[in-house]
Design a protein around this ligand. Sequence first.
Ligand SMILES: NC(=O)c1ccc[n+]([C@@H]2O[C@H](COP(=O)([O-])OP(=O)(O)OC[C@H]3O[C@@H](n4cnc5c(N)ncnc54)[C@H](OP(=O)(O)O)[C@@H]3O)[C@@H](O)[C@H]2O)c1
Length: 332
Amino acid sequence: MRAVVCETFDGLQSLTVREVDKPAFGPPGVPGAAARDVRIRVHAAGINFADTLIVQGKYQLKPALPFSPGMEVAGEVTEVADGVTSVQVGQRVMANVLFGGYAEEVVAPANCVYAIPDSMDWASAAAFPIAYGTSHVGLVERANLQAGEFLVVHGAAGGVGLTAVEIGKYLGATVIASAGGPEKLEIARQHGADHLIDYTKENVRDRVKELTGGLGAHVIYDPVGGDLFNDSVRCTRPGGRMLIIGFAGGKVQEIPANLLLVKNITAIGYTFEGLRTLFPDMIRRSMEELLSWYASGDLKPHVSHTFALEDVQEALTTLVERRSTGKIVLTV
Ligand SMILES: NC(=O)c1ccc[n+]([C@@H]2O[C@H](COP(=O)([O-])OP(=O)(O)OC[C@H]3O[C@@H](n4cnc5c(N)ncnc54)[C@H](OP(=O)(O)O)[C@@H]3O)[C@@H](O)[C@H]2O)c1
């Protein structure tokens, strides 16, 4: 099969597309794993910020070289292990994998595979599990966002950010979107944001205070980190929650513990993949709820760019250079 291959950890430029062996059922050394596997003929693969890190050896997971990146796919089931009953051959599905998704075929454990609604196209399905899953579990299970609360979403037009805007709005929060520039903020507005802050021009701390009657936000959703996080601590209201999603800005902040203490703020560390291992049933419930919201027309996956598998370098460069909104998808 054809696949994108990472041969060295020298970054995006070292990625190639070539023929490789099809993946086998069951990762070596994991007893019983082969009995839970599903083979998928990939039609589309979602691009994630983490893919740009994993190919440089900078992600928390460092696969043995050579490997194919790609953490989420949409496609058709072509084979299931004997022990799998949750999906059938021929079904249209989306799936989460740790890597291997930028390829014509992928093998995924059945508990990471979800049937997709008939109305959902391949690109939307490939863009769905990680971005929506991260924001739903983060806002509902980790931050306990309530209707009527103020939610600030940073990087609000990005992959995870835009889904946090939609989900926050759906849950009844007043959503304050912050992003870099008017075009990105307009996308956030179209997906439900009530208030907009351009963090390249405006002072986030002052604007959030102004929009929340001087009290600050109840919940901050932060995939950007660095100095933005430091501003955010200062505009979180007493008793508020800060959801640490990522560090797309490139700088991992030190948290001023004195401010957390004085204002009774909770800083919440969170990774979607980590929780999948700890609480697989919670992740499945979350995906089922999200798919029902999609089916009723309440979620609108936004894919700003699609690229062919061969153009993977251009796809990842578009993400790194902050030219995308919502998600980028590779078509296979
Ligand atoms: N915790 C989890 O489970 C989880 C799950 C998925 C993703 N993440 C993390 O969340 C972050 C965003 O992921 P994503 O897939 O949504 O990425 P994305 O689509 O590229 O969005 C990132 C956003 O961050 C903003 N940004 C600010 N400074 C940036 C910089 N120097 N380089 C790139 N973007 C910058 C950009 O918006 P502006 O141009 O408007 O500033 C961009 O829209 C990443 O750190 C990722 O690892 C965490």
